[in-house]
Design a protein around this ligand. Structure first.
Ligand code: PMP
Length: 781
């Protein structure tokens, strides 16, 4: 159990005055409270005008720890003679430590210390480069002073502020009420667990002050160097690098460029106490860990002792910094700190590796596997809607059709990590996760869709759907939209006109029939016409009639509930209702492909087919179902599932394994707990209003359309002819990438800019997307 000690002692003025007189022979003129997180600190001014500080340690502080603080301050004062330190003044009886009991008899250690004069760093409006470098030197100086200083009391295994305890303290993030903020903090705790802790374990150790920041460092009158340090309460035997990390985390608060600020401090530190490359490699995430602990402890304290305001100092600014740091590519931070310490740059090494990778890809893989962008992106990490490359750049990722809940979302990664370390097997065994997850998934569907089959990809789900509808109806023919894409297996390619029914391509097989895409922008019937959905829906009648002439009937109609790859358009009202009626009347089944558009993407509903007010016979889903882990599913009605059960077993080695189910369940938990659909509606409204503003400004924007956070911006050469502006779209995508915004194109002519951000984005993110688009559009000529 960690020693969280959130409640400082509260002795009265009367008690303190008496104590000062009896133990120290001081006649008090004025007492003032200095505030503290755990101790009671009182500024004492005696009748002669001398100042000192009475420190009443919190009730559980051991005497050995108090002595440690006294001796460490003494040691530093011998080494850094220019610094003022809170050295201990002996009592009348010659003791450094006295005792006092509160009304309920609890014993507290007390000591009187020098009052350290001067302005605190916190009183400065900004920090000069010289000051930052000198702060680094002071921090290093304290580390050098304490290098060979050790007392057993410095082993304080339960101190929450010791960064090496981060794993233990991380559960306090649960006290953070705002889910977005809590997730950011959990992301940094996850980085500590996975990327810092084991490296930290091998770094040098010493007794460290562990709490050097703007509230514990005084500055000289020229404001160029530290003149004094106070508050040894967190002193601990830990990893030496943690002392610097704590200091950096504080000095970065309020900085426009926190990494540059930190690098100045690191540079100063290095001059007095050289850092190792290993220490530098974990410094960034150690700083982030410290901030995560800070806000978690603040949230915990706010819950357990709302009157203790000390912990909530500058909390808003700390959140601002945390939001900034999530955007910092850890390679950029490491590079800045390496250069500050005169270590060589790692970027050329990474660049070379990336070039080698590309050559190897060409040698080992087929050309069919192409990469995005002229200069392909070598990605090294991700955090929510940010992607990091190997050169220290951070990109805003707006192509999140898989990582719909953000890259490395800890709410999803953590449960999956736990499960993979516990059990992974196959669905021929019985395990709770599979039934729990299936129950939770089915609960998101209308009641009649009550049976689920799990697969590993959207293609497999659609493939299974093809087998199912043919077995159940006894028919063979499938009807599709003429721009559709439904996957890459043989059966799915056959029902994907987008891939095979184009000039120069083989065309659809005889048993697959396409109908006009219900595209109100450039289709057969246009937006504004009456009964658009019905008109497009009736297109299926001629196919059914044609089949009937040969004594055939459709096995199924399959369509995305908002057409993605096939043109990025919203189905007109009553479209699915009309088609479903005709197809069902002819004995066929209706399949909704929700691989791209499910799980809250379109905002108003969890499933996009709900926006068409229909209930399909079969729904297939994939992509965001497990936020990047290969999983997909097919949901259908009991009667269909039973009829499909013709004696041929359905088994899929990996599908619904416990780890996949843990991923899937975590996704549904995020969807429910975070009220994702509300966020999608809110942000979509803002995004559409921003994009429509751009449409008024730029006449090459032919159309802005979509539902929720699945949006298409169609670029045309001319609004009347609607000639696709494919080259412009291509140029725009590259120019956006140069400005660190990742988007791609969609549609037959690749002239539709597809915007599919993570569903967890906020207003600032939406404004950023619109601003960058505006900037790039303004350069189109
Ligand atoms: N259906 C649709 C609508 C898709 O967009 C895709 C993939 N882009 C698939 C099915 C196939 O999914 P997967 O790539 O997981 O096989």
């Amino acid at each position: 159990m960690l020693d969280l000690k959130p409640i400082p002692p509260k002795f009265s003025e009367q008690e303190i005055t008496r104590l000062l007189l009896v133990s120290y022979g001081i006649e008090v003129l004025v007492l003032s409270d200095l505030g503290s997180y755990v101790d009671q600190n009182i500024l004492v001014c005696d009748l002669q005008g001398n100042k000192s500080v009475l420190k009443i340690h919190d009730g559980v502080e051991q005497k050995e720890v108090v002595q440690l603080q006294i001796d460490a301050a003494e040691k530093i004062s011998q080494h850094l003679t220019e610094l003022q330190l809170p050295l201990t003044i002996k009592s009348k009886t010659g003791n450094e430590i006295e005792e006092v009991r509160n009304a309920s008899g609890q014993k507290h250690h007390v000591r009187l210390i020098n009052f350290v004069e001067g302005d605190m760093l916190k009183d400065l409006s900004s920090f000069s480069d010289r000051l930052l470098s000198n702060v680094g030197k002071t921090v290093a100086g304290t580390d050098v002073a304490l290098e060979n200083f050790y007392q057993p009391a410095a082993n304080r295994p339960d101190i929450p502020w010791d960064l090496k305890n981060a794993r233990k303290i991380s559960k306090l993030s649960q006290c953070i009420k705002n889910p977005t903020q809590r997730r950011l903090v959990d992301y940094f705790f996850m980085k500590f667990d996975n990327e810092v802790e084991s490296v930290l374990f091998d770094t040098r150790k010493s007794v460290i002050h562990a709490d050097l920041h703007r509230y514990s460092m005084m500055v000289n009158t020229e404001q160029t160097a530290v003149s004094g340090i106070i508050d040894f309460g967190d002193i601990v035997y830990s990893h030496t690098i943690c002392n610097l990390a704590v200091c950096l985390s504080d000095l970065m608060v309020g900085s426009d460029d926190p990494i540059a600020t930190a690098a100045k401090v690191v540079q100063g530190y290095q001059q007095k106490s050289p850092l190792t490359e290993q220490e530098i490699s974990i410094l960034h995430y150690l700083v982030c860990t410290r901030l995560a602990i800070y806000v978690s402890m603040a949230a915990y304290t706010a819950q357990s002792d709302p009157s203790n305001e000390h912990s909530q100092l500058k909390e808003e600014q700390v959140w601002k910094l945390i939001r900034k740091l999530i955007q910092v590519n850890p390679i950029r931070a490491e590079e800045a700190y390496r250069l500050a310490c005169n270590f060589s740059s790692l970027l050329p090494v990474y660049r070379q590796k990336s070039e080698d990778n590309l050559k190897k890809r060409h040698n080992m893989f087929s050309n069919m596997l192409y990469t995005h962008y002229q200069d392909p992106l070598h990605v090294t990490g991700g955090a929510f809607h940010y992607l990091y490359d190997d050169q220290g750049n951070t990109y805003f990722d707006c192509v999140n059709n898989v990582s719909q809940w953000g890259h490395s979302n800890p709410d999803i990664v953590r449960p999956a990590q736990k499960q993979i370390s516990r059990l992974n097997t196959n669905s021929r065994y019985v395990y709770d996760l599979m039934t729990d997850y299936a129950e939770q998934l089915l609960a998101t569907f209308p009641d009649e869709l009550d049976v689920v089959f799990f697969t590993n990809s959207g293609s497999e789900a659609n493939d299974l759907a093809m087998r199912m509808v043919r077995t159940v109806t006894g028919n063979d023919d499938i009807v599709v939209i003429d721009t559709a894409y439904h996957g890459n297996s043989t059966a799915c390619t056959e029902i994907s006109p987008n891939r095979i029914d184009r000039p120069g391509k083989p065309g659809l097989p005889d048993n697959v029939h396409s109908i006009a895409a219900p595209d109100g922008y450039r289709g057969k019937y246009l937006e504004g016409e009456s009964e658009l959905g019905e008109k497009y829906g009736n297109e299926v009648v001629s196919v059914i009639d044609e089949l009937a002439k040969n004594d055939k009937a459709p096995a199924a109609f399959i369509a995305e509930s908002l057409v993605g790859t096939g043109g990025q358009f919203v189905l007109p009202e009553n479209y699915l209702k009309t088609v479903y009626q005709h197809v069902r009347k002819a004995g066929g089944l209706c399949i909704a492909d929700e691989v791209q558009v499910g799980f809250g993407r379109t905002g108003d509903h969890t499933w996009c087919f709900e926006s068409q007010d229909v209930v399909p016979d079969i729904v297939t889903m994939g992509k965001p179902i497990a936020n990047g882990h290969p999983m997909a599913a097919l949901v259908t009605k009991r009667a269909i599932a039973d009829k499909f059960d013709n004696g041929i077993a359905f088994f899929n080695t990996y599908s619904a394994n416990p780890v996949s189910c843990a991923f899937g369940k975590a996704v549904l938990d995020v969807l429910e707990n975070d009220k994702i659909e509300d966020n999608v509606q809110k942000q979509a409204k803002r995004l559409f209003s921003g994009l429509n503003r751009l449409k008024e400004k730029y006449d090459f924007i032919g159309d802005v359309r979509g539902l929720g956070l699945y949006v298409g911006v169609e670029l045309v050469k001319d609004r009347t002819t609607k000639e696709p502006a494919t080259d412009t779209a291509k140029w725009v995508i590259e120019a956006l990438k140069d400005r660190y915004l990742l988007l791609n194109t969609n549609g037959h002519d690749n002239n539709i800019i597809k915007i599919k951000p993570a569903l967890t984005i906020d207003e600032n993110d939406v404004d950023y997307i619109v601003d960058v688009l505006d900037n790039v559009f303004s350069l189109v000529n």
